[in-house]
Design a protein around this ligand. Structure first.
Ligand code: ZN
Length: 399
């Protein structure tokens, strides 16, 4: 037992602060650790040395602003994280380590509406195969991040809206996968994972306040506030697709009228082009045709951008993020969609909220969610898991 406020509990808290800073950033110089933790340079130096001796972190020489520096990251041997992402049409799995290295990824087509038992069976097979092909020690697996294409109820861990995933009604996806793999499972929706993935590996690196907007079969947002995913008490924060744009507009799947989704999601937008372009159209194809100069597809992509931009403007007024990252197939349209988004933001957001905003396409494409699943484990695992083996809380330690 430790006495709160004692020398050893303070020291333990400092160890955890340093591990937490490095865990999400991937690697930081000692000066950056001092800045982000508020600890003195001398304390950081001592703690890093202790963590290095215990095998928790690695220190490599680097340069910062032309000066020699020491870059600190978690040791690749300290633990393995797994990611599993269920999309509406695919299943993706990834393996990474605590040093933010992605060791292997695989994906296969999947009809997620079919049966959850089939889906989880295939996820288990894919995970086992990656463990074998990468040769990792399965004892080192700290946890699995699991992405599902629907809101997760924070309290029960079940899917919040069964209308979105009819084959998955009433099940707890985290418990299901944990029972199969025998390790802790952390679950989140695809938009939140996209936000985490882009924050750790993509267009949101180094940004603490960002929104990841995914426009696909629905429209959702993953919100990162002060470096943490914001879910809200019910887990439904970020349902930007159901902002009302037109009270007399089309009826949405949520039951309201004229939601953003009815002006931007594939199921509402593709029918606009079907009379002129045929019924086989996908959003991916529309984006491709728009890039090739097809006037109808350009018009639709631009209109979607303007409408998404209205939603982003509302978001700016409420949360003032410094970056918005656009994911999904639509991001491939580049400036054809980003310019209208920026135009709507400058038109509808209050100037002080919109001025500091950058709107960028996602850097990870369809990998954002599965990499976000790895990041979810890094984010949620807690620092004591990592320190327990090398720095047991009961050991006498001195600052
Ligand atoms: Zn709606």
């Amino acid at each position: 037992m430790q006495t709160p406020g004692s020398q050893s509990s303070l020291h333990r808290a400092n160890l955890e602060r340093v591990v937490r800073a490095v865990r999400m950033a991937g690697s930081l110089t000692q000066a950056e650790i001092a800045r982000s933790t508020g600890l003195s340079a001398a304390t950081v130096s001592n703690i890093v040395r202790e963590l290095k001796d215990g095998g928790t972190v690695e220190v490599t020489p680097t340069s910062a602003g032309g000066r020699r520096a020491r870059s600190v990251s978690l040791s690749p041997d300290a633990g393995i994280v797994l990611g599993v992402d269920f999309g509406h049409t695919h299943l993706r799995v990834a393996v990474g380590n605590l040093a933010h290295q992605v060791l292997a990824e695989e994906s296969e087509p999947l009809d997620v509406d079919a049966s959850y038992a089939d889906g989880f069976g295939r996820a288990e097979t894919l995970v086992e195969r990656l463990i074998v092909t990468t040769g990792i020690d399965r004892q080192k697996v700290i946890g699995v991040g699991l992405g599902v294409p629907g809101p997760i109820d924070v309290e029960s861990g079940t899917l919040g809206s069964t209308a979105i995933l009819p084959g998955w009604g009433g099940i707890n996806p985290g418990d299901e996968l944990a029972a199969r793999l025998g390790v802790p499972v952390y679950v989140d929706n695809d938009a939140n994972l996209g936000a985490l993935g882009e924050m750790v590996w993509g267009s949101g690196r180094g940004v603490k306040d960002l929104a990841y907007i995914k426009v696909a079969s629905g429209v959702g947002a993953g919100l990162v506030i002060a470096g943490q995913i914001y879910r809200g008490p019910g887990g439904t924060a970020g349902e930007i697709g159901h902002i009302t744009l037109d009270e007399a507009g089309p009826v949405c799947r949520c039951g309201n009228r004229g939601c953003l989704e009815t002006f931007a999601a594939a199921r509402y937008v593709l029918p606009l082009l079907q009379p002129s372009h045929g019924s086989e159209l996908t959003m991916e194809r529309v984006v491709q045709l728009a890039r090739e100069g097809d006037p109808g597809c350009r018009r639709v992509v631009g209109d979607v951008g303007r409408h998404v931009g209205s939603g982003v403007a509302n978001l700016c007024n409420l949360l003032n993020p410094s970056r918005v990252v656009l994911g999904g197939d639509l991001a491939e349209a580049g400036e054809l969609v980003l310019a209208p988004i920026r135009e709507s933001v400058s038109r509808y957001a209050i100037p002080s909220a919109g001025r500091q905003l950058s709107v960028l396409p996602g850097a990870l494409g369809g990998r954002a969610e599965v990499l976000g699943a790895l990041a979810l484990v890094l984010n949620e695992m807690g620092d004591s898991t990592l320190l327990e083996s090398t720095h047991p809380a009961t050991a006498p330690v001195f600052t």
